[in-house]
Design a protein around this ligand. Structure first.
Ligand code: ATP
Ligand code: MG
Length: 566
């Protein structure tokens, strides 16, 4: 991947550089460990860019590892989608695609080892009793009556758990650590539970006991020879358990866990449970709905991989919990598309203009640059005929003030890339609504204004005879408040923005847009950046999604909110 600039340093890179310098490690091996229980979101992108980015920059490796220890919530659709999204972001795991479930046999052997060392036991307490025995932050826990079972009895029971002899929830395997530890994670945490009848997407029905995350993760890291295991801050309190597991079995190595702050993005939610709820309750059209903060949603919305990597670089990596303004993400895509998106004209709210002195049937091909600052992007031909569409918002009968730069009755504007026209007459229906304009054009105005000519402004337009009709979808933030899940009294779905999607069905696009493909973005002049949706409407009309507006409307909203005027 070509880097435009050197990635910013951060405390994790500093640790890694120090470890390389001191000889603590002689290479760097990281991993990105998603659980396949949902699609990846922009928060995962932060972790992906961090892990794969570090591997790239220090000539190391980064594994993609599915952390698939919960057969109930996981499935193969997510496994597929996650790979597609990581690859789309521009990262390559080569032949290092792994599943924690690949290690189920070895994990089982490590559990046996713990039992043999007197470090794990089978416990028959019910889940309620376990909670009760666990104690609280201020009170120590109590030891389970099963804690002092003999090694032989534990081995026998654990083997029978594996053989499927016991009901779900009747027994678990627990680490034997310290019920009085101030860290609740060390109060004899569960290592294995029974899940009979579950069908795992990788191992099928082979297993009816499943290892817990806190046991699986350090050992998977060690098996893969990970040097630095990067995770989010909520695992800080789990680090002593991560280390305990590795210290108490014959693990091949002892990776170092380092925690960083997760990404929180304003006006959206990031937990997979909540994103699943949005999909399942039909608040959005699916995981890839362009309003979702998922990678698939952002892709469908028109975001580029480069813009998301740029975003992850700009927000940086630290230990401080924070929440990032949507405006930052949008400015990343705007910067990228401003450089790369070809310009096109599209009329979103069409109003017909008949140019009465244009010869009937006459069509001219006007040459227009694809990018005003980048001649290398070439030109295209735009057909013009006697009837053109302009945007309703670009016409008023009487200018409201001197600053009005668009068309008025009796006034002149330039049609972008074309001629100057004057509006001569307004045609209205019975309700006094304007339905058509009559105009005349000046054939001497192609390219430049004749001297002394007072033209109010330049507006975009599309030839009516050649227009490509399309549906255009305009997106707004999905929630009406910056922190929809911060309110304990209300479900986050109560803050959904009812106007997050506006659909315009009568849009008229210049014919060159018939060649648009999903994944390519265009600037519709004066309207924003747009991309073709992979789906068409039920009538077969193409659909364009607005990726982002031209200017930063968020910055203004957020500024107001900061100043308490919101
Ligand atoms: P969620 O809370 O959305 O369910 P998770 O942490 O359970 O997320 P995983 O699939 O386990 O989801 O995450 C894979 C990796 O991505 C983990 O290393 C996790 O720490 C990291 N990650 C998840 N969410 C974020 C986030 N918002 N910011 C940064 N990293 C994240
Ligand atoms: Mg997780």
């Amino acid at each position: 991947m070509s880097e435009e600039h050197k990635p910013r340093s951060n405390f994790i890179r500093q640790i890694i550089e120090a470890d390389l310098a001191s000889g603590k490690v002689d290479h760097v091996a990281t991993r990105f460990p998603p659980e396949p229980n949902g699609y990846l979101h922009i928060g995962h992108a932060k972790s992906i860019c961090l892990n794969f980015g570090i591997a790239e920059d220090y000539n190391g490796t980064c594994n993609l590892r599915f952390d698939d220890t919960n057969p109930h919530k996981e499935n193969i659709e997510y496994v597929r989608a996650i790979q597609e999204d990581v690859r789309w972001l521009g990262y390559d795991w080569g032949d290092r695609l792994f599943y924690a479930s690949d290690y189920f046999d070895r994990l089982y052997e490590y559990a046996i080892e713990l039992i043999e060392r007197g470090k794990a036991y089978v416990c028959d307490l019910t889940p309620e009793q376990m909670r009760e025995y666990r104690g609280t932050l201020t009170e120590p826990g109590r030891e389970s009556p099963y804690r002092n079972r003999s090694v032989e009895e534990n081995l026998d029971l654990f083997r029978r758990m594996k053989a499927g002899e016991f009901e779900d929830g009747s027994r678990v395997l627990r680490a034997r650590i310290d019920m009085a530890s101030p860290n609740l994670n060390l109060r004899d945490p569960v290592l294995y539970r029974i899940r009979r009848g579950a069908v795992h997407h990788q191992t099928g029905e082979e297993w009816c006991i499943y290892p817990m995350y806190d046991f699986t993760h350090p050992l998977s890291d060690a098996i893969e020879g990970i040097t630095h295991s990067l995770c989010t801050l909520e695992f800080e309190d789990h680090r002593p358990l991560y280390d305990w597991v590795l210290d108490n079995v014959s693990a091949p190595c002892h990776p170092q866990q380092i925690e960083f702050a997760r990404l929180n993005l304003q006006y959206t939610v990031m937990s997979k449970r909540k994103l699943t709820q949005l999909v399942e309750e039909g608040h959005v059209a699916g995981w890839d709905d362009p309003r979702m903060p998922t990678i698939a949603g952002l892709r469908r919305r028109g975001f580029t991989p480069a813009s998301i990597r740029d975003f992850c670089d700009r927000i940086g990596v630290s230990k401080a919990d924070n929440s990032v303004e949507m405006g930052i993400l949008e400015s990343c895509i705007r910067d990228d598309l401003n450089r790369s998106a070809p310009r096109r004209m599209a009329v979103l709210h069409p109003l017909k203009v008949v140019i009465e002195n244009w010869p009937e049937g006459h069509v001219e091909e006007l040459e227009a640059p694809n990018h005003p600052q980048d001649p290398e992007m070439g030109t295209r031909l735009i057909p013009m005929g006697r009837e053109v569409w302009i945007d309703r918002n670009d016409f008023v009968e009487v200018a409201p003030n001197k600053k009005w730069k668009r068309l008025v009755l009796g006034g002149e504007v330039r049609l972008r890339n074309g001629y100057v026209i004057r509006c001569d007459r307004v045609i209205k229906d019975d309700n006094d609504e304007i339905i058509e304009l009559r105009a005349s054009y000046d054939p001497d105005t192609l390219g430049a204004n004749p001297e002394g000519r007072k033209v109010r402004g330049v507006i975009h337009w599309v030839s009516a005879a050649h227009a490509l009709r399309a549906e255009v979808r305009l997106y707004d933030r999905l929630f009406t408040v910056p922190h929809p899940d911060a309110d304990r009294e209300h479900d986050f779905t109560e803050f959904l923005n009812p106007d997050s999607l506006r659909t315009l069905t009568e849009c008229m696009l210049e014919p060159a847009l018939a060649e648009a493909r999903p994944g390519e973005c265009y600037q519709f002049e004066r309207e924003g950046y747009f991309t073709l949706d992979p789906d068409t409407t039920e009538h077969g009309l193409p659909v364009f999604n607005r990726t982002v507006t031209l200017r930063d409307s968020w910055a203004k909203i957020e500024q107001k909110e900061r100043e308490g005027k919101g």
